[in-house]
Design a protein around this ligand. Sequence first.
Ligand SMILES: Cc1cc2nc3c(=O)[nH]c(=O)nc-3n(C[C@H](O)[C@H](O)[C@H](O)COP(=O)(O)OP(=O)(O)OC[C@H]3O[C@@H](n4cnc5c(N)ncnc54)[C@H](O)[C@@H]3O)c2cc1C
Length: 394
Amino acid sequence: MAREVSVVIVGGGPSGLATSACLNRLSIPNIVLEKDECLAPLWRKRTYDRLKLHLAKRFCNLPHMPFPSDAPTFVPRVQFMRYLDDYVSRFKISIRYNRTVETAAMLEGTGKWKVVVKDTSSDAYEVYVSEFVVVASGENSEGCIPELNGLEEYEGEYMHCNRYVNGREWYNKNVLVVGAGNSGMEIAFDLFNWGANTSIVVRSPVHVLTKEMVMVGMHLGKYVGVEMVDRLMIVLSKLKYGDMSKYGLRRPKEGPFFVKAARGRAPTIDVGCVHQIKAGKVFPAISSIKTNKVIEFEDGRQDQFDVIIFATGYRSTALNWLKDYKELFNEDGKPKRKYPNHWKGENGIYCAGFSSRGLEGISYDAQKIADDIAMALAPNNFTAAIGTYPLLND
Ligand SMILES: Cc1cc2nc3c(=O)[nH]c(=O)nc-3n(C[C@H](O)[C@H](O)[C@H](O)COP(=O)(O)OP(=O)(O)OC[C@H]3O[C@@H](n4cnc5c(N)ncnc54)[C@H](O)[C@@H]3O)c2cc1C
């Protein structure tokens, strides 16, 4: 038998939790369906031990609950998990675990959504009927590994960075990290510290900044234009790191905050890796993988590696289950509408966490979605309704 609920939220990561909390504050019934056995499994199971939030805590709050004042500026992974647990208790968020959404489609002629869900703990199926569906299944659902000539036959070990925990096993081993984004650079640094002989593949130009520079840039960005912020960031980066091109790290022509806003590519935040890179090896893109664990690079150099870790990005899997997606997403699974209007489709479909703006973007989406649903349910009472719910330590 189908279960009726106003809002089905697909995904129990930060986006799903934030949206549910905002809806609960407006007394709008909702349910979060999470395919894993725990909330925020990305943070529990698929991130490395040494991870801290890359951005300062004031840019990573979920709605209506700031981090505690004694939390460090850059919150460690475990503390972030605690924060999410507290968030769920505080806003009485209702989550069903082990629920994989297999399809969500419009029910013809009703204006409602039919969501078919597999309970993976029992293999039973459940059906939910709702007026609204929120896609909160993540931009980072699945790790991408590029197709490389010879990879299938590679005699060493390889993995996506979402399986990397720490480098304990690889003391004195030759490890190649592919990708110079935040995960790649931080994992490379971690491997250096665990005693692995670490090299890194840097394919494209990249901005490298410290956490503190990014924090200053984000604060400043509230008051001045992106051009001014970028000019300052580049001066600071040059003062700190000098010319890094001789180490294989080239700066893009456009500034870091411009690139982030225009293409969603964040600057790489250096946690110590640049210092190690100056003493280590940087390679351009891989051209092929040969026998005996030998890897050849585009500049013709070859070297032998025991392990390859691909920090080569993620993709969303929402289009695998969301059948009527065309009002919300393009064929590539990215929102059809541009930020700041990306979160809403037609016919009661929304997405949270798809603007490449991290937790700050998630917070924005969640509040917009909840307010919009409240408006759709009771257009005349909306302002009055908000007024009647207590503000929880905003
Ligand atoms: C390593 C790393 C570090 C990051 N650090 C920061 C940072 O410091 N600051 C910042 O602002 N942002 C950061 N981000 C970006 C972003 O904030 C996080 O990725 C965040 O977890 C995104 O939350 P989400 O809920 O949108 O997606 P996710 O956390 O991916 O949650 C989506 C959930 O949906 C579930 N799901 C997927 N498909 C289905 C389905 N069919 N049925 C049911 N459930 C489903 C998944 O199991 C998952 O739990 C980081 C990202 C990564 C990968």
